[in-house]
Structure formats: C-alpha cells, structure tokens
Design a binder for this molecule. Structure first.
Ligand code: PLP
Length: 447
C-alpha cells in the first residue's frame, strides 16, 4: 500500500490498512489525490460493469434528481422503478418477472430468504425453514445472509445472534482425486445436496442457495454442466425452492445476462445487485416467479421494506446501465475480452508454475496459488500470499481481488474482473502489471 492516505480518524473500515484517497475515475482507471493512476482490475467490488464516468448513467441520475430524488414506495411508484422492472423481466429467464427492490447485495439475499420463508407459510408448509448453503460461499454481511454463507471466520463470529444454516461442499471438482470424470463429480456434488436434505429431514428444508459461478469465496469456480440440472431436479423432487445469488455473476459479467443463463437455469428466486447499478447508486433487486410471490401477496403481502429500496435515482441509474450494456454490446464484449484475458492468464501459469487452475466465464476469471499445483498443496497460511498479492499489485497500480479460501479445499486465489468495457490493449496492460506482480511475489516468497 502507498502512504498517500489522508488520515480519517473518525472513519472506520473492515481493514486497518491506510489507503489513498480517490480523486477521480474514468473508464477502467482510478486516480488518487496525488495523481497516481490505478487500473481497476476488479471493477471495484466486481460491480462497476459499465466502467467509471459513464455519461449516460450520470446524466440519467441528474435528470431524475431534477424531477424527484425520493418518493417513498409506500406512497408512490416511480417511472424509473417501473421501467426497470419491465426491462429486467424482459432479460431474465421466463417466469422470473416479479421484481422487488433493495439497496445492495446483502439486502437482496436477505429479502430472498424472507420471501422464501413467507412462501412456505403462505402455502401451508410452516415446518419448512432450513435454507441450505454451500461451503465456501459468500452471500453477504447481514446476519441473515451470513447464516447461509460458508465462511469459517465470518459466520461463526455472529452465530449467537443469527442462525448458521446447513451447508454442502461447493463443487471444487478440480481438487478431487478419484477416477471420476468432471461431469461425474458434478453429479456427486449435486447428490450431496440430496443427502443433506434427507439428513436434515426433507419436510424441514425450505430452499437451497448458490452462486451459479462462485465469486469472492471461490474465485470464479465453475461447476460442471451436470451439476445444474441435477440440483434443479433434486429441489423439485423435494418441493424446495432454488435461490440463485447472481449479485456478482449477474448483469452481463460472465458473458450472459445471468451466470445461470450459461446452463438455462430456472431458479425460483434470484438476487441481483452490483452490476445492476454498476456502482452509480446503491441498488439491489430480487426477481421471483409468480409461484413464489402470488401466495405471499395473497396472504397479505411481503413483510419487508427498506426506506431506500427502489429509490428513483438508483433505478434511473440502473435503467441507464442496462441501456449502455445494450448500446455498447457489453455482454458480447465480456465474452470476447474474457476469452483474451483467460488465454493470457493461462499463459501466466506457464511462466509462474505456482499459479494454476485458471477458470471462470466472461470477465469473471480466477486462478489459484499453490506450493505444488500438481499435488494441490496450499501455500502456508502464515505467508498471507493473498494479502501480499493485492498489495504488490496495488503498489504497481493494479487492483485485483485475492483471498484465502476459508472453508473447503484450502488455497490462496485471485480474481481479475475488469469492467466489461475493457479493450484488448487494456488487457495487455493488466497482464503486464500482473506478471510483474507475480514475479515480485515469487521473489518475496521464494516460489
Ligand atoms: N452475494 C454475493 C454473491 C456477493 O458477491 C456479494 C458481495 O460481494 C454479496 C452477496 C453482498 O453484496 P453487498 O456487498 O452489496 O451487500
């Protein structure tokens, strides 16, 4: 980290690192107050899908603010909120056309859980309350969303005030040592859900929540094709709702509108946020089917609501974001540039043998760091390779995402997820700095 931070003694964060103060941003770049430039190789928190400084988004927000910046959803609908709901329904898988707004990803997941629970009560199944998640996973930081998150540090820290739900292993199929094909392993992981359902008592299980492509917790982990259909079939057979957390994978990030669209998934409820407003305003949404929403509304309504949910300025920003995604062809660009970047990351594994298992789709790409990539031996935890990788990259003007897996097959990993506007030339720039960073990490850790 640089020492350019302006001290903010009364502001606190979840990390203790000093950080520079941001001054401006444009496209895939950010500048701090000293004039240093950073490549945003993580799109902020994998949310700035249309890039920084987009004029259409800024102007749409400005126009909306001139007319009305806030009207409480109990009193009024707003034009941008209505229009965005229509636009979302047109892009989402058929049937996922009932939209509910919140202000972020954790709130979206929280709303999914509550909607599912109310559906169970409304349909005469009050004994269903368990929501099965995966280990590792990340579904947010509120008490409810942490309860379905598989993280050996975050969830236990708050279990006394929340409820830790049952978890099944995420499909790290590339780490298994058996004679099965990847597709066979995919089925095996899906069947672990059924085993868990039976173990918990099928009548007590309400829903299963998963990210179609793993995000923060597993660095773009892509399950085998076989996994998806089997999961849907198991949920249907036991009358369990399937919730897809598309907070990170949604809105074009992976080269389809939703991550689950790669497999024509038909979840019952979907959580959206991040790329939805692309960082221009806080916004999240839940999309659900009439099968879920209908009974809840008949019973008297969804027992939920946030002051800022469906804010006119935030929904106006998101409408402009969807417009820009179409106008600039950003979903196709994510596919094309994702292929270029993935190829470059694979090339880096030749040069740096401690980097392996490149995976992901579109511009949600990740890889793992190993002491021995063949035996899949992790780097010693106390080396903090993930923290060093972030810092060495940051010092070189590149922002990437890196974590130690906390639960499940242990390793340090990283993700490279630039805005969907990225060009081939900019990918060259990202990869050059990344290579220099990996070289520095290798030198420092003796890899
Ligand atoms: N779900 C997933 C898959 C996420 O990646 C995140 C954030 O990283 C969240 C939920 C929580 O979103 P937020 O940070 O907006 O609360």
């Amino acid at each position: 980290m640089t020492d350019t931070a302006v001290t903010k003694p009364n502001l606190f964060h979840f990390t203790r690192l000093p950080r520079p103060t941001v001054d401006r941003a444009d496209g895939i770049y950010l500048w701090d107050k000293t004039g240093r430039r950073y490549i945003d190789g993580s799109s902020g928190a994998v949310n700035v899908n249309i890039g920084h400084g987009n004029r259409a988004a800024i102007e749409a927000m400005r126009r909306q603010m001139d007319r009305v910046s806030f009207a409480y959803t109990i009193h009024f609908e707003s034009e941008p909120a209505l229009a965005l709901a229509r636009e979302l329904a047109a892009r989402l898988p058929e049937g996922l056309d009932r939209i509910y707004y919140v202000s972020g990803g954790s709130e979206a997941v929280e709303a999914c859980l509550k909607l599912a629970r109310q559906w169970a009560v409304a349909t005469g199944q009050p004994e269903r309350w368990k929501i099965i998640g995966r280990m590792p996973s990340y579904h947010g930081i509120t008490v409810g969303s942490l309860g379905v998150t598989g993280d050996e540090v975050l969830t236990p820290a708050f279990t006394p005030i929340g409820k830790a739900m049952p978890l099944v292993p995420a499909p790290f199929v590339h780490r298994d040592r058996d004679n099965l094909s990847l597709e066979e392993r995919g089925l095996r992981y899906a069947d672990m859900l059924e085993q868990k359902i039976v173990e918990e008592g099928a009548d007590s299980v309400l829903a299963f929540i998963m990210e179609p492509i793993g995000g923060a917790a597993s660095a773009a982990l892509v399950p085998p094709d076989s996994y998806f259909a089997r999961i849907r079939e198991i949920c249907d057979r036991h009358g369990i709702l399937l919730i897809h957390d598309e907070v990170m994978t949604g809105i074009g990030r992976t080269g389809k509108f939703l991550g689950g669209d790669h497999w024509n998934c038909r979840p019952d409820i979907v959580a959206l946020s991040k790329g939805l407003s692309s960082g221009y305003a806080p916004l999240g949404a839940v999309a659900a089917t009439e099968k879920v929403v209908g009974p809840v509304l008949e019973m008297g309504g969804f027992l939920h609501g946030h002051t800022y949910g469906g804010n006119p300025v935030a929904t106006a920003a998101a409408l402009a974001v969807l417009g820009e995604i179409d106008r600039l062809g950003l979903i196709d660009n994510a596919t094309a540039m994702g292929a270029v970047l993935k190829g470059e990351l694979e090339a880096l594994t030749q040069r740096f043998p401690f980097v392996a298992d490149v995976r992901g789709k579109g511009l949600l790409l990740g890889a793992e760091l190993y002491a021995d990539p063949v035996a899949k031996t992790p780097l010693p935890r106390e080396w903090n390779a993930n923290v060093r990788l972030i810092d060495l990259a940051f010092e070189r003007g590149l922002i990437i995402y890196s974590r130690r897996v906390r639960g499940g097959p242990e390793s340090d990993n990283f993700m490279v997820c630039p805005p969907l506007i990225v060009t081939a030339e900019q990918i060259g720039e990202i990869v050059a700095v990344l290579a220099d960073t990996l070289q520095a990490l290798a030198g420092e850790l003796g890899l």
